[in-house]
Design a protein. Structure first.
Length: 101
């Protein structure tokens, strides 16, 4: 049995690694980590989009509440009287209002 001759590291590199491979790997590394479309930037933008969507949902809920409140105040005079008395401490001519804080 013949033993195979040991090849040096430089011979292995010359055989399997070419300049085009190095350029391609370098380009992929640059795109993934250092460009505007990098993985970390994309992750950060996704988190920002999620937080903005959450803010939009919360604002939509508040908007719906205030629209229903406006509709109720425009159609029901008793509801308007209740809001005016509670929030603005208004009173009728023949009554006294005590504000406790």
């Amino acid at each position: 049995m013949k033993s195979l001759p040991k090849r040096s590291f430089m011979q292995w590199c010359r055989r399997y690694i070419s300049v085009s491979l190095i350029v391609a790997v370098g380009l992929i590394v640059y795109i993934l980590f250092f460009s505007d479309n990098s993985v970390s930037e994309t992750y950060m933008y996704d988190r920002q989009i999620d937080s903005l969507n959450m803010a939009i949902r919360n604002a939509g809920d508040s908007l719906e509440y205030y629209r229903s409140q406006e509709e109720r105040l425009n159609t029901d005079p008793e509801a308007m009287e209740q809001v005016v008395r509670e929030n603005y401490h208004m009173q009728r001519h023949d009554e006294d209002v005590y504000v406790v804080q």
